[in-house]
Ligand binder design. Structure first.
Ligand code: MN
Length: 268
């Protein structure tokens, strides 16, 4: 894949800091995740070779030689979440949709670089800034989404434990109350978006939010812990219009070890 503003030349090494800052608030939160954050699920995710090091540039598939992001592999097979999320949906979602966000992110970064260097159209800064937020958000959201799921019946899917379990009880009253809140948020997203469990560092509590598209109505500074993609591409092949059946089935494949690790890292 080539881009008009080739980032791969030797003099144009995209500074790692710039690359990450370019992703905005979501990436700033993600950048502080410690390697430990991904260690626990690593026993399941060794195949990916990227999630054991934390949600950093490496886990986001950043290639410092080319200055571009690449699509990280899934930490499990496409059929690993059956029957709750079907293999065809997983394959298309990963290889087509997630790849599209990676491509869009690279394109936006290249076009913004051209504007900085005087060869781009500065009049399009608003367009490319929005593209950066949308596709950068999409890349981070999906990377987290894959990481925080695991095959049904594995030990990680039994429920939250330790500090995360205590925080869920303190913030929502009970695990069941949290699930009710989260599912309602997911079911009621208008159009395409997400529901997220986030750690909000000012109140030091857990919150559930909706996200429109890949980035809108994001709580600035909050750290994403668990998200469910409710774009139709995430569930339509198996569930068609029955989004609530999908959001109910999702609970069977949540990797609570991974969510707990993200929670620990968010508070560190
Ligand atoms: Mn998606």
């Amino acid at each position: 894949m080539t881009h008009p503003g080739d980032l791969g030349t030797s003099e144009s090494k995209l500074p790692r800091r710039d690359a990450l800052l370019g992703l905005g608030a979501a990436a700033l939160g993600a950048s502080a995740l410690s390697p430990l954050a991904f260690a626990q699920a690593g026993r399941m995710n060794d195949r990916a070779g990227v999630v054991g090091k934390g949600l950093d540039l490496a886990s986001l598939g950043f290639n410092s030689a080319t200055g571009e992001y690449t699509l990280p592999p899934l930490p499990y097979d496409y059929d690993a979440l059956e029957p709750h999320i079907d293999a065809q949906t997983m394959q298309i979602h990963h290889t087509k949709h997630h790849q599209g966000y990676v491509n869009g992110l690279n394109k936006a970064l290249a076009e913004l670089k051209k504007i900085r260097e005087g060869s781009g159209d500065a009049g399009l800064i608003k367009h490319w800034s929005r593209e950066l937020a949308f596709h950068g958000g999409g890349h981070i959201n999906h990377t987290l989404f894959w990481y925080t799921m695991a095959p049904a019946g594995s030990s990680a899917t039994t429920g939250p434990s330790g500090a995360l379990a205590r925080a869920v009880n303190e913030s929502f009253g009970s695990f069941d109350a949290f699930k009710t809140h989260f599912s309602a948020a997911a079911n009621a997203v208008e159009g395409s978006g997400w529901a997220w469990l986030m750690y909000e560092p000012v109140s030091k509590s857990l919150v559930v939010t909706q996200m429109e598209k890949q980035q809108d109505v994001y709580v600035n500074g909050a750290r994403p812990l668990l998200g469910i993609d409710v774009w139709e591409h995430a569930y339509y092949l198996r569930y068609q219009n029955r989004r609530s059946d999908y959001t109910k089935a999702f609970w069977n494949v949540v990797n609570w070890d991974a969510v707990g690790s993200l929670y620990d890292a968010a508070r560190a």
